[in-house]
Design a protein around this ligand. Sequence first.
Ligand SMILES: Cc1cc2nc3c(=O)[nH]c(=O)nc-3n(C[C@H](O)[C@H](O)[C@H](O)COP(=O)(O)O)c2cc1C
Length: 383
Amino acid sequence: MDMMQKYPRISDMVVPAERRLPKFVHAYLAAGTGIGQAMSRNEQALSEVELMPRFFRGRVAPDTSLELFGQHYAAPFGIAPVGLQSLIWPNGEALLAKAASAHQIPYTLSTVAGADLETIGPIAGDMGWYQLYAPSDKAVMRDLLKRAKASGFKTLVVTVDVPGPSRREEMRLAGAPIGSRNPMSLTPRVFWQCMTHPSWSLAALANGGKFSFKNLVRYNKEGDGDDITTFIGRQLNGSLTWDYLAEIRAEWDGPLVVKGILHLEDARQALKAGADALVISNHGGRQLDAAPPSITILPQIRQALGGDIKLFFDSGVRSGLDIARALASGADFVLLGRAFMFGLACLGAQGGQHVGDILKDELQNTMVQLGVTTLEELKSTRK
Ligand SMILES: Cc1cc2nc3c(=O)[nH]c(=O)nc-3n(C[C@H](O)[C@H](O)[C@H](O)COP(=O)(O)O)c2cc1C
């Protein structure tokens, strides 16, 4: 199958992904929070960014590669941390880490991944970044960072914009047992959704049918009496303070990226605390439905902080054109969550490779249309 013919855009994989996934899994992947306004504003605001082409430049051969923290990357984008990818496709984490490594773009392993650091580190190789939700138990934090380092992850991404869980209304409506002691328990509705989505269910069953927060289960000591989601909620919700960020900075000797910044003062303080880069993000519209689209905040923060600070961007990016829009709005680098997950849900083992192919091709084509050969030149194309 020629995938570029069948799925030339990320958006062409959205409906097949929805068809393959049981509703409760699709809701986990695709929904925002509340009534989904922040999520749709992200995409709307990005679509409103216009770029101005220049002509008379002969044949344009764009170079999308860059150096970041001393590492060479083939393109200015990477895979954002997304929890439980193995719920979307068996071994989803390993499949995407492999695709990222082949594409020479970063793969960020989530704290709440379904695969462990020790497995994914060697697959991601030099492309591995590790995302931390700060655990309230600092011994757990130190152990996670030690394991990340030992597994070959060089860049740490600390996510700061989840002070508590969001309400996940779409998942509730889909019958997911939110708040239950056993989040994976088979309610009759979830069972029915599995029965009516056999390709997902059979693949899950062939893989043992079990989903687990592989990096965290070991810390939930027998006898504490918590099921794993209560444990995770207790550990990861509302633990982060500026002092704690400083402790993480002191513990991690590699590049530190702080993800989830919207307010200029938070940006300034995170840099003061030793962040090497900030991700301007509203978590894909999954936390606060009134959050501003991060693409409207990005140029303001860039202007206030000047050109030398490393600013990354995510939330709403669905194409190479969107990546160009973010770079033209002040980003040095872009992360994508759902775009890669739609590819994974639609195409499994080939999904990450194909999404990377589309994004690289679209970005290069955008640069040709704009008449720019370098990422630096792209920065001044916003109309
Ligand atoms: C299903 C799903 C799970 C996510 N899990 C995490 C996570 O574990 N850690 C994290 O820092 N961000 C998580 N995010 C947020 C992403 O890293 C990223 O900020 C967001 O997806 C960007 O928006 P986009 O999906 O529109 O690209 C998750 C996003 C999605 C869609």
